[in-house]
Design a binder for this molecule. Structure first.
Ligand code: MOS
Length: 692
């Protein structure tokens, strides 16, 4: 008899007991014989050449120092998602391209000895002038990569704006942000029977193994990476990290297993940030709120070492209908640590700009910001002309408005006062692109009636194991107790990573395809499925998750302090695999959005080019006391082309929150905040709060 479905049922994390009892082993927890420990030394100058490196060989426990003079040669063809990535080519020459760049690895018997020797190691440099100051109109400015689509130009934006009853034309700024996952980047590498083995903290062991093999010119079959438990990634563990590259170098040179764990400061300095971004948005509408034109351009910083794309205009291509739409993406290469994906790359800052501008437009028109969104709901992709696979933004907005108590809101600013506090509410709508990426999975039907499901997926704390177990159980028509998951190991075959909000869709597709192949087979039998062809044959459609986020804030105009009182997110994310864990994930996302809105800011000293707040004391992330009543729920939605109806919940939680909060701060105070974070000094008013 077929058991009831496991998908759609709230279920706590399968590995929860292991995690809370300390049995779960993260990448730095695996015991190994003869283990040596490496500690990074990072550059203190922003540009130049290494002149000399002092010797620390006679310090206690030191086994060796790896630097550009003795490091294994790396293959410059190795790359990531955006092409060859020069930021991976560590310790290859004396050139220093940015402050915080790893310049040496000190290896010793214990972590303490490695750290002491790394601290004692002196590197002298021939410094060169650096350029670390981000500004639009920089002479090096150039068009960004177009791998996610060319710049958009439909209709006549300027003519439509000239005809519009109300025009918004504003500039929005966001700052350097850091993923700051709780688990620092760590890897343990060793050679065994002619194979390179590693435990690494990453978001996708297969993708990392592939890059690592190219980098060290190895046959991919000889590289095995495992990432059993990962304490958060947020994008920063999406590619081959410095911890792994340096651990592999050290084990290759020294012939012992080597563990490299970044300190918290090194995580800030030597793993990629979100770039600083300047965005200009122009919107024009008729008196009834119908958009005539949307113009969205973004300029972001990057490094000449590695192409990157902060695709801020993604929501602008699909969120609202307009006869004229223009998008531009521009980049400025600077002598900085190469930026990479952080928590909803592109969409999170992009949505802050677009959804702030929409709120400004509602203000100009004198209409309800919720109504403005509803009036511009598209029937097909506004740029692509493609149909939406399924779209329920309207459901998010309407159900969110009902639960939040939006009806009856006085849309004029600065109308609510409680004692010396100003109170306001705001909302934002968002879209996040969804889909699946090629992956493979194997299933073995065992003779005892159980099934071994093998997939090179990774669980960065979200509950991917639990979700995939439910998917597999339903696909095989058995109780979850009969599923054994082999997981997070590059030997299990090609698989997408826990990235781009596409982990669960990609992996579950491979699992359901393998389960279908198994039908009618007699155990013991193993089948393998790969989704590459199936995915390539999918019809072209607009596929997106949607959300509406509502915020209530209080502002103390005398101190500039913004407190969030309530956050509500309504999400359309396709079928929800596990309502408990999915809710937890989007609530977590909303908290990171809150954190972006109020606190997070990587600060670079313009004279030295160095990040001056590379720790969790200087770089503020929302803590419990900052987090109010957060509620999140799901409206009916599904993805018709996905075998399980899933869209994905990875990043949609983060995306809309900052704009909802900034809009609420405007509603409270009457002052627009177009730069994040909403620091005290930006919100502070130099007049008495009661206006006398
Ligand atoms: Mo995510 S920022 O797509 O790893």
């Amino acid at each position: 008899m077929k058991p009831p479905p496991a998908v759609g049922v709230p279920q706590t994390r399968l590995e929860g007991p292991d995690k809370v009892t300390g049995r779960a082993r993260y990448a730095a927890d695996e015991p190994l014989e003869e283990l040596a420990h490496g500690c990074l030394v990072t550059s203190t100058v922003a540009r130049g050449h290494i002149r000399d490196i002092s010797r620390v060989d006679d310090m206690p426990g030191v086994l060796g120092v790896i630097d550009h003079r003795n490091a294994p040669r790396l293959n410059p063809a190795a790359g990531g998602f955006f092409g060859p990535d020069g930021s991976l080519l560590l310790l290859q020459d004396a050139a220093v391209p940015h402050a915080g760049r790893p310049v040496a690895l000190v290896v010793a018997e214990t972590p303490e000895q490695a750290r002491a020797a790394a601290a004692a190691l002196t590197v002298t440099y021939d410094e060169q002038a650096h350029d670390c100051v981000f500004r639009a109109g920089h002479p090096a400015e150039r068009p960004a990569l177009t791998i996610f689509g060319e710049d958009v130009e439909i209709g006549d934006v300027d003519a439509e704006l000239a005809e519009a009853a109300v025009v918004v034309d504003e500039v929005y700024h966001t700052v350097e942000q850091h993923c700051a996952a709780m688990e620092p980047h760590t890897a343990t590498a060793w050679w065994e029977d002619g194979r390179l083995q590693a435990f690494d903290s990453n978001q996708g062991p297969f993708i990392v193994a592939t890059t690592l093999a190219t980098l060290f010119s190895l046959d991919p079959k000889t590289v095995r990476i495992r990432a059993e438990h990962v304490g958060g990634g947020f994008g920063s563990k999406g590619q081959c990290g410095p911890q792994l590259i340096l651990a592999v170098m050290a084990t290759t040179v020294l012939g012992r297993p080597v563990r490299v764990t970044l300190t918290r400061r090194q995580v800030f300095l030597a793993t990629p940030p979100r770039p600083r971004i300047r965005q200009r948005v122009r919107l024009g509408a008729d008196p009834d709120g119908r958009l005539r034109a949307i113009h969205h351009e973004a300029v972001f910083e990057e490094s000449p070492l590695a192409e990157y794309l902060e695709n801020c205009v993604e929501p602008t291509r699909t969120l609202y209908a307009a006869p004229a739409i223009r998008t531009r993406l521009t980049t400025v290469p600077l002598d900085i640590a190469p930026p990479f994906s952080v928590r909803g790359p592109g969409l999170t800052p992009g949505s802050f700009a677009l959804e702030s501008a929409m709120d400004e437009l509602a203000e100009g028109l004198g209409i309800d910001p919720l109504e403005l969104r509803l009036r511009n709901e598209p029937t097909v992709g506004p740029v692509s002309g493609l149909t939406f696979s399924h779209r329920n933004l309207v459901g998010c907005l309407q159900e969110g408005a009902r639960r939040f108590g939006w009806t009856g809101r006085d849309h004029r600013p600065r109308q609510r006062q409680e004692g010396h506090l100003l109170v306001g509410t705001g909302l934002a709508a968002t879209a996040f692109g969804t889909g699946a990426l090629p992956s493979s999975a194997s299933i073995t039907a065992e003779t005892d009636g159980t099934f071994t499901v093998s997939i090179g997926a990774s669980d960065i704390g979200t509950g991917a194991r639990t979700a995939l177990t439910a998917i597999a159980a339903d696909a095989l028509g058995v109780h979850t107790g009969r599923i054994r998951l082999e997981f997070a190991d590059s030997d299990l075959g090609p698989a997408w990573s826990a990235g781009g909000s596409r982990g669960t869709t990609s992996w579950s597709w491979a699992i359901t395809t393998a389960a279908a192949k198994l039908t009618g087979s007699v155990p013991p039998v193993t089948v393998t499925a790969d989704t590459t062809e199936e995915l390539g044959a999918l019809p072209h459609r607009e596929r997106h998750a949607h959300s509406a986020v509502f915020a209530e804030v209080s502002v103390d105009p005398a101190t500039g302090e913004v407190r969030i009182r309530r956050l509500l997110g309504m999400f359309a994310v396709g079928r929800v695999v596990n309502p408990l864990l999915a809710r937890s994930q989007v609530v977590g996302g909303m908290i990171t959005g809150l954190s972006m809105a109020l606190y997070e800011e990587g600060i670079r000293d313009r004279v030295t080019g160095r990040n001056v707040n590379p720790d969790l004391a200087g770089y503020h992330i929302a803590a419990h006391a900052d987090i109010p009543d957060v509620e999140a729920d799901f409206v009916p939605d599904h993805e018709p082309d996905d075998p399980s109806g899933i869209k994905g919940v990875g990043e949609i939680g983060t995306v809309g929150t900052a704009a909802a909060i900034a809009n609420a701060v405007w509603h409270a105070t009457g002052t627009r905040q177009r730069s994040l974070p909403l620091r005290l000094d930006r919100v502070l008013e130099d007049r008495p709060p009661t206006g006398e």
